[in-house]
Design a protein around this ligand. Structure first.
Ligand code: NAD
Length: 488
């Protein structure tokens, strides 16, 4: 039962510039997380549709790679303009897909996607090789080439942003992309595909196919795929990277985290509380870089917790379409059950529940913003990625201790430090084993800054000029100017 005119797309897949159905594919019910009701029905791509999407992308890619960077950039920038002009419609669709409040999606999702298209549209014409002088007046020049057809596979928390963060650098470099959104949030990427065609991208350059892990696996191992960029969990990343390795394909892995957020006694406590709220409860906690292990220096633990719980009373939990709402449901019944399991584990292992912890008595997948104090390093809620609104607060005595405990994890996506001590801020940021660190801030990911993980949180970087290296390869051309000598 569609609740919004755009919820049910004309067909499940977008290939070669048009909507395409695959009647043999398994059905996918799209559930609006705020009601638990189905708003659209799609079908997964069978291998025949995966083939068709890759073949169409391959056909489009050759001419696209030959176009000038300036031409490619213009298309991407036009797409960014269209996205901005349709921000409200796209934000409503993002809310229907994910359940995130409109107050967030109106400013965070399509906007961030447009930023990526604009940024990579802006630098497409500046992707060049180098001139390298060598002995005897000879020289080498390098050509930065496209890889071919890239596969993009998305998680469900930021469906528009993830599609754009992958498509923009890929297309800027002259690649085509076949994108498979999460089966939980399949709607938004289709709109990005439509908009790219409207902006002048050749049909087939950015195709979207639907499906769960099996479709993703068929895409990753398709012989026509040169690179795989996944946003997902560590276990999926391990499977996808291993499958991609079979064909020696390039990979970018944007995976999970259990990031530390360290609050020193000299920090501005209100700023630190804001950071902890942003880093745990934005998007109902479903953010990969969240600072879910909040280490607070012992002397300020009590005032930190007092201010935090006072601020949490101000959360407006409710209908995501009401712009006054600033905290919405989790994405699915399965995710809610998973997160509730972690709340139960926190209680069973002796953490002190100081806020939330309960489901809301209303339809949809709502769980209160939840805070545990007295958490210790070995508790499950301090070790595993929960991907929901559950904050674990731990206390520490010294900087060395905080750093050692913060780094004692296989994850390495992000980290935050709150302090007024300039030297300490930079010392801690340098010592944290993480791809992104924030000083007196949290979860800000502007397109200008590289984003990605170390350790098991990932390989490669999205955003910034760094992403270009991950969507292109370099050819060296040696140019001899003199006669060539040979031993005989
Ligand atoms: P997930 O790992 O379950 O699924 C991610 C995607 O991979 C989905 O599209 C899924 O269909 C697909 N997939 C599953 N098995 C596959 C296989 N064998 N081959 C190919 N594709 C397969 O993740 P999720 O539950 O959708 O998202 C939550 C996770 O994503 C969290 O761990 C979160 O931290 C992570 N995440 C990371 C980032 C980042 O940038 N680092 C951003 C958002 C989310």
């Amino acid at each position: 039962m569609a609740q919004h005119p755009d919820a049910q797309p004309p067909a499940s897949h977008f290939i070669d510039g048009a909507y395409v159905e695959d009647p043999a594919g398994d059905p996918i019910d799209v559930i609006y997380p705020a009601t638990g009701k189905s708003i659209a029905r799609l079908r997964a791509a069978t291998p025949a549709t995966v083939d068709r999407a890759v073949a169409s992308a391959k056909a489009a890619q050759a001419a696209w790679a030959r176009a000038s960077g300036a031409e490619r950039g213009r298309v991407l920038r036009r797409a960014a303009e269209i996205i901005r002009a349709r921000n409200r419609d796209l934000s409503v669709l993002e809310t229907l897909d994910t359940g995130k409040p409109l107050s967030e999606t109106l400013v965070a999702d399509a906007a961030s996607g447009a930023d990526a298209l604009e940024y990579f549209g802006g630098i497409a014409a500046a992707i060049t090789g180098a001139h390298i002088p060598v002995a005897g007046g000879d020289f080498v020049y390098t050509i930065r080439e496209a890889l071919g057809v890239c596969a993009g596979i998305g998680a469900w928390n930021y469906p528009t942003q993830i599609a754009c963060w992958k498509a923009a650098p890929a297309l800027a470099c002259g690649n085509a992309m076949v994108f498979k959104p999460s089966e939980t949030t399949p709607l938004c990427a289709l709109k990005i595909a439509e908009i790219l065609v409207e902006a002048g991208a050749p049909p087939g350059l950015f195709n979207v196919i639907q499906g769960a892990g099996a479709t993703g696996a068929a895409l990753v191992t398709h012989p026509g795929i040169a690179k795989v960029s996944l946003t997902g969990s560590v276990p999926t990343g391990q499977k996808v990277a291993a499958a991609a390795a079979g064909g020696i394909r390039h990979v970018t892995m944007e995976l999970g985290g259990k990031s530390p957020l360290i609050v020193f006694e000299d920090a501005d406590l209100d700023t630190a509380v804001s950071g902890a709220i942003l880093g745990n409860f934005y998007s109902s906690g479903q953010v990969c870089s969240n600072g879910t292990r909040v280490f607070v220096q012992a002397p300020v633990l009590a005032p930190f917790l007092a201010r935090l719980t006072a601020r949490l009373q101000r959360a407006v939990i409710g209908d995501p379409m009401d712009e006054a709402t600033n905290f919405g449901p989790l994405v699915s019944a399965a995710q809610l059950a998973r997160v509730e399991g972690y709340v139960a584990a926190g209680l069973a292992e002796g953490a002190r529940l100081i806020h939330g912890g309960k489901r809301l008595d209303r339809p949809g997948y709502y769980l209160e913003p939840t805070v545990f104090a007295d958490v210790t390093d070995r508790m499950t809620i301090a070790q595993e990625e929960i991907f929901g609104p559950v904050m674990a607060v731990l206390s520490f005595a010294t900087e060395d201790e905080a750093l050692a405990r913060a780094n004692a994890t296989d994850f390495g996506l992000a980290g935050g430090v709150f302090t007024r001590d300039l030297a300490r801020a930079h010392r801690v940021a340098a010592a944290l084993e993480a791809g992104t660190c924030w000083i007196n801030a949290y979860n800000l990911t502007p397109v200008e800054a590289p984003f990605g993980g170390v350790k098991r949180s990932g390989i490669g970087r999205e955003n910034s000029a760094e992403a270009i290296a991950h969507y292109s390869q370099v050819k060296s051309v040696y140019v001899a100017l003199g006669p060539l000598e040979a031993p005989f």
